[in-house]
Design a binder for this molecule. Structure first.
Ligand code: CA
Length: 48
């Protein structure tokens, strides 16, 4: 997790990264769901 002004608008945003202890966990989830998993999630602060 990182808190920074990602979009340079003067407000702090939150950047979350994904972490799996075992690579097999990722493979198992992707195989079951057929979906890809995000590597990062950016929560932009839109308050004024
Ligand atoms: Ca910002």
């Amino acid at each position: 997790m990182e808190v920074c002004d990602f979009d340079k608008d003067g407000d702090y945003d939150i950047v979350l990264g994904s972490y799996f202890h075992r690579a097999l966990d990722v493979t198992s989830i992707v195989m079951k769901s057929g979906a890809s998993l995000p590597q990062i999630l950016i929560l932009k602060n839109t308050t004024k």
